[in-house]
Write a protein that binds this ligand. Sequence first.
Ligand code: KG4
Ligand code: ZN
Length: 397
Amino acid sequence: MILLALETSCDETSAAVVRDGRVLSSAVSSQIKLHAEYGGVVPELAAREHLRNLIPVVQTALRDAGVQPGQLDAVAATQGPGLPMALLVGFKAAQAVAFALRKPFVGINHHEAHLYSPWIRLIATSHEPGSAGVSPARMELAGETPALPGAASGIQCVKIVSGNFPSPVAGVRGGNAGGIFFADFAAFQPNVSLVVSGGHTMLVKVESELKHRVLGSTVDDAAGECFDKTGKLMGLPYPAGPEIDRLAEQGNPKAYDFPRPLLNDPGDDFSFSGLKTSVRYFLRDHPGILDDEQRVRDLCASIQAAIVEVLVKKTIRAAKRNQVHCVTASGGVTCNRALRRELGRACEREGLTLQLAEKSLCTDNAAMIAILAERKLFHKVPATDLDAEIQPGWVLT
Ligand code: KG4
Ligand code: ZN
């Protein structure tokens, strides 16, 4: 089966083509630079950018996959949750494509797609051509997509190209992200999954494929939001998560003691707004601290340590209580090096298997939407009506 999926729930316009579990292409146009000026995502601007970028992004995904629209067997899109006007762009476009091609359409819950994204594995890197019994693969992280009519500037494309192609775009090769991605559901095991990004922080028990139950979620800010808002207080650019991660690498995580909200609460819910407030008071009480580079690094490391400790300890505790042997993690904050490191250490200590989403698939992307849609069709989940509406407030249960 060849399936095209679109993702436009927030500030990334993305399209991906998958075939039988294999990601043939994944194009992502990020709007981060546009929204950075305003310190957060501006919904109207996001929708306008999706409208502008959707066609070039889809063209890129189809071109890189070597697939013509007529070859598609199904179409999918994010149905919710997300920004209403942003969701509408991708969802209605995907329904129109499905209608025109007379193919099944699948509306996907964005959080559910994150949940299964750790099973999309990198099976061959650009540095290991022909490994794992597959053809040579190459991936470019291109700054600009060239020569696409109507393309807005600044399109960032994650291009997964398989076969003996010459490099189509001069660009930077994407670290651990370069290669062939395959959804390895044969390796699936029951797990407790941490889904953690700018809009959501949740712990979910995944009993079997497509069968899951949310154990807890944030009662206020998401962990990514906490990174972004505390970073903003420190004058860091939006989104501050990656910047705090970078500065924290040279900081002392024990320099300042910040609260670990709900750490000792027996439930699986999270709360991060208190931590943000305590950073605000800390900055008020320590005027001039932001002028000292090392103290800023220490501050970043200390804030990060508080967030990471809560996420890791609560995830491990939920896994043990639910008697699973596997932990998974996904969502933008899973890019965070300290979180990846500490989850790794804790799982090793507790004898748990850890399945982290590949970094390039942690932030929003259509590849995870496509893979979940394909699994739903594989498991005979009924297709979504072509006149179905977006569900901006769709809560995963
Ligand atoms: O999954 P995502 O792209 O979008 C949402 O669905 O929210 O996640 C974006 C979030 C932002 O809050 C960003 O600051 C955070 O993920 N993030 C990070 C890192 N990379 C992205 N947070 C901490 N460390 C990072 N390296
Ligand atoms: Zn997301």
